[in-house]
Write a protein that binds this ligand. Structure first.
Ligand code: SF4
Length: 363
């Protein structure tokens, strides 16, 4: 398949791996932002093929993992109120403070698992006597479709549709990580799909402020190894700039139509990140003009706050301070079938990646 098989080509990937070995003279810590990149690195054995001096740190870019525990409890509260709650499949097994959405469904909650928020709008249209809420989580990548669902509901004149939104943004999370006293990161691989929407503009100020290389990178083995090579080359040369490895998808100004839809419904505001806490200006909140589509306001559930599981160190893993196999619960009390935290459930979670693909990683 074009744009897939050539980026999984062993010979081309090996060439970049050999170049990384040739040019590396010092120890470097490089964070890949996105959980999809983490899975690809672990699944394809790339971590073991890099020089020992090049250490990959897994970043916070798993939307399910960073969704705070209390948001899951809010969705469960809605199910218990008789609301039809619609969600992508990856959220349903994430533990809340007492149960998961799937367990709430098992005791009678009307949970629908969908592929698109627009399906939730159709469900609202078909069920005028029921309230329908879409569980709208994710980074900048899912925000356009969720915003579009609100515009569709408005166009249809639906008063029984709203979204339980927790959209987080990548650049403020990168700043929070870099401002952390414990941060040891020398360079970033930027999340290619986020930049496909948002473009490159937000990253130049980060490069300048922190004097750190950022390479916007894709997800296939060749993408990742080329992105790592570009980052190591900058570090070894003592320079810092924004580079775009994923130029076949990412354009300078991103997807302007998608950005326009986002900006119609959302504005930037404070957001809570699981295990990290609230980061100012780190997410999207629904604009006042569209407040009637905000499920938190509509159902008065904003007050629900619950502490994170003290045995789960997801916050440290999401900030790149620890790796999954440094968690005492990893593979013991916490497994995909019985997860203590979101990173063990999500298809982009670092703990799940280590559990499924990398039991030999002991570092
Ligand atoms: S292994 Fe489980 S308990 Fe430990 S950080 Fe990962 S999800 Fe949390």
């Amino acid at each position: 398949m074009k744009h897939l098989s050539e980026y999984r080509n062993f010979e081309a990937t090996k060439k970049y791996l050999d170049e990384i070995h040739k040019i590396t003279t010092k120890e470097w810590n490089i964070m890949e932002i996105c959980g999809g990149q983490t899975h690809s690195l672990v699944k394809n054995g790339i971590l073991e093929l890099l020089p020992e001096k090049v250490r990959m740190i897994h970043g916070p870019g798993c939307p399910v993992c960073v969704t705070p525990l209390n948001l899951i409890d809010k969705a469960i509260e809605l199910l218990e109120k008789g609301v039809i709650v619609c969600s992508f499949g990856d959220m349903i097994r994430v533990p809340g403070s007492k149960k998961s959405l799937l367990e709430a469904k098992a005791v009678g909650g009307d949970l629908r698992i969908l592929y698109s928020p627009l399906e939730a709008v159709s469900i609202a249209k078909e069920n005028p006597d029921k309230e329908v809420v879409f569980f709208a989580v994710g980074f900048e990548t899912t925000a356009p479709a969720n915003a579009l669902s609100v515009l569709h509901a408005e166009k249809e004149g639906l008063n029984n549709y709203s979204i339980l939104a927790s959209h987080v943004l990548v650049p403020p999370a990168m700043e929070a990580i870099l401002d952390d006293k414990l941060c040891t990161i020398d360079a970033f691989l930027g999340a290619g799909h986020v930049c496909a929407i948002m473009g490159m503009q937000e990253y130049y100020p980060l490069v300048e402020k922190y004097k750190i290389p950022i390479v916007i990178t894709g997800f296939e083995p060749l993408d990742l190894v080329q992105g790592i090579y570009m980052a190591v080359k900058q570090l070894e040369e003592g320079i810092y700039k924004l580079e775009n490895q994923y130029a076949r998808v990412v354009k300078e100004h991103g997807n302007t139509a998608a950005i326009k839809v986002i900006n119609t419904i959302f504005e930037v505001g404070a957001r809570e990140w699981r295990g990290i806490g609230e980061i100012p200006n780190s997410g999207y909140v629904i604009k006042e003009a569209y407040r009637k589509y905000d499920a938190e306001a509509k159902f008065n559930i904003s007050h629900i706050k619950v502490p994170e599981n003290p045995n789960c160190i997801a916050g440290e893993i999401l900030r790149g301070i620890k790796k999954p196999n440094q968690c005492d619960q990893f593979g013991k009390a916490c497994k995909p079938a019985n997860p203590l935290g979101a990173p063990m459930v999500s298809s982009e979670g670092a703990c799940a990646a280590y559990y499924h693909f990398s039991t030999h990683l002991t570092e």
